[in-house]
Design a binder for this molecule. Structure first.
Ligand code: FPP
Length: 242
């Protein structure tokens, strides 16, 4: 791409954590008369390009929505193709070690195929000490489901007597989410023209700046990412203050 428009921006002004809702793969494919899976395939390549670009410009945390708890409602062959693609892309194509990227998975892995669960464990272990960027892949992730899981674990501890209800506060609750120990997203970007966040990080994104863009995910480029960051930089963040 042309010279980065962010070159003059001091590093401390950049968002620390960006969330991306990778939407529009199906429409991108339909516009070209291709099967929906062709859109997901291009979408996976774009994920790699954007993750590398985030690292290059100094973004420390990136979270991408790869498969939601609601995506099981899709036809079985699309779900199967998406799972295969995720496996192949994360196993063979995206070189997390070369990128010095720590990969974390957000979501409930238990309904996923054992082969995928093993891959997730291996990648998380292999990349745990990487420091350039943390890439969270939300896989079988749902924000409400995440909150229910956290509440259930906290309730169990109360029943066992290792915690009292009064000890439960916002920082403790955050520690029971899949993003425990990570900063909340500063910026959430949704391409594809849809104006909603679809159960993506509802707790963590309480104060995130939202940028919606009229481009389908397979056409999303580093220039679009930079445009979203430039929009973010024009916002005044008050976190409830004045
Ligand atoms: C939403 O577009 C996209 C998904 C449900 C899948 C996202 C997955 C990828 C981009 C593939 C791989 C990701 C990684 C991390 C390797 P849609 O199908 O709902 O599009 P539509 O709204 O146009 O139908």
């Amino acid at each position: 791409m042309a010279k980065s428009k962010l070159a003059q921006v001091p590093a401390e002004h950049l968002p620390v954590h960006i969330g991306l809702i990778m939407d529009g793969n199906g429409r991108w494919a339909a516009k070209r008369g291709l099967p929906r899976t062709a859109g997901h395939k291009k979408g996976a390549e774009v994920f790699g390009e954007i993750a590398r670009h985030c690292r290059k410009i100094g973004i420390r945390y990136l979270t991408v929505y790869a498969f939601s708890t609601e995506n099981w409602k899709r036809p079985a062959d699309e779900v199967e193709a998406l799972m295969k693609l995720l496996y192949q892309y994360l196993n063979d194509t995206f070189k997390h070690q070369d990128e010095d990227a720590r990969i974390c998975f957000l979501g409930d892995p238990t309904p996923l195929a054992p082969k995928i669960q093993q891959l997730m464990q291996r990648i998380q272990q292999e990349s745990a000490a990487n420091t350039a960027i943390t890439v969270n892949v939300a896989l079988n992730y749902g924000g409400r489901d995440e909150i229910v899981h956290a509440a259930r674990r906290l309730a169990q501890q109360c029943v066992q007597g290792s915690l009292t209800p009064e000890q439960i506060d916002e920082p403790l609750f955050s520690d029971y989410l899949y993003t425990a120990g990570q900063p909340d997203p500063d910026l959430i970007v949704r391409p594809s023209g849809e104006l909603r966040t679809s159960n993506f990080l509802p707790w963590q994104a309480a104060y995130a700046e939202l940028v919606f863009m009229d481009v389908l995910w397979p056409d999303f480029s580093p220039a679009h990412l930079e445009e979203a960051i430039l929009q973010y930089l024009t916002r005044t963040r008050r976190f409830g203050g004045i």
